[in-house]
Design a binder for this molecule. Structure first.
Ligand SMILES: Nc1nc2c(ncn2[C@@H]2O[C@H](COP(=O)(O)OP(=O)(O)OP(=O)(O)O)[C@@H](O)[C@H]2O)c(=O)[nH]1
Ligand SMILES: [Mg+2]
Length: 243
């Protein structure tokens, strides 16, 4: 479960559409999204995620609306990843971000746990070249796990990088396997490149090929069926890191 959250008008529904190619209302109006909307999306490495579009946050929400608003955001608490979509071209972008983070904290999302949070800096197509460069630099200065992804949900620029980031974030903690192939097992090699993410590959003097691969949970069974038990073992953490 991957939830898109953010200030109203940040571009959540536009991004949701780009990622799902679904026709969800994306309009320049307050609360264009009245209900959280769910769509399942298959990522290139084979895992299926559920994307959840949510209602946009606004400052000074009338108290009467707060509880209704919270109810629509319950999914956020259960999400494996929370994408905080920001309109980086908006003059109040920083203040909006502070508001959103305060609301997330109020909902019980632990912002210190950056492993669940991805900041998405949207609308980079609206930045002039100087501001675009400044944004890219300030993103690059952030530490690895907190580095924002710059995109334009409108033009699609950066969308592939975002999908890549989602895949690697979701893959953290998933087991990797070491597969050993006899010399000239081209079809085994092809199978692995088609069905898994190959993290590392090396051949020994006899031509045997050892690979470290990561595979979607949904496909682990296929991997075990495709290769003999003595060709396959779960990789140790240090082997997964050696790419
Ligand atoms: N130029 C540009 N416009 C964008 C981009 N992403 C979204 N927009 C526009 O911004 C407006 C708001 O987009 P939405 O996707 O509806 O925003 P939202 O975050 O879902 O808004 P709420 O559901 O009201 O919270 C629309 O007019 C979009 O076309 C972008 O990357 N670039
Ligand atoms: Mg919306």
């Amino acid at each position: 479960m991957v939830a898109l959250v953010g200030y109203t008008n940040a571009g959540k529904s536009t991004l949701f559409n780009r990622l799902t190619r679904a026709a969800v209302l994306a309009e320049d109006m307050l609360f264009a999204t009245l209900d959280p909307t769910l769509r399942s999306v298959k990522l290139p490495h084979g895992s299926t995620i559920i994307l959840s579009d949510t209602v946009g946050f606004i400052s000074d929400l009338p108290p009467m609306l707060v509880s209704a608003f919270r109810a629509t955001l319950e999914e956020v608490l259960e999400a494996d990843l929370v994408l905080h979509v920001r309109d980086i071209a908006h003059e109040d972008s920083e203040a909006q971000s502070v508001d959103v983070e305060a609301i997330l904290t109020g909902l019980g999302v632990d912002l210190a746990d950056r492993s669940r949070l991805v900041e998405v800096w949207n609308k980079i197509d609206l930045l002039d070249p100087d501001r675009a460069e400044a944004a890219a630099n300030s993103a690059a200065r952030r530490l690895g796990g907190t580095r924002p992804v710059l995109i334009s949900a409108w033009t699609g620029q950066g969308a592939d990088a975002l999908v890549g980031e989602l895949e690697s974030r979701l893959a953290e903690g998933r087991p990797s396997y070491v597969v050993t192939l006899p010399p000239a097992d081209g079809s085994g090699l092809n199978w692995l490149y088609e069905h898994a993410e190959v993290l590392h590959r090396e051949a020994d003097d006899e031509g045997r090929v050892g690979l470290v691969v990561r595979i979607a949970a949904e496909r682990a069974e296929q991997l075990r069926n495709r290769f003999a038990a003595d060709q396959l073992r779960v990789a140790a953490a240090c082997e997964t890191r050696q790419r």
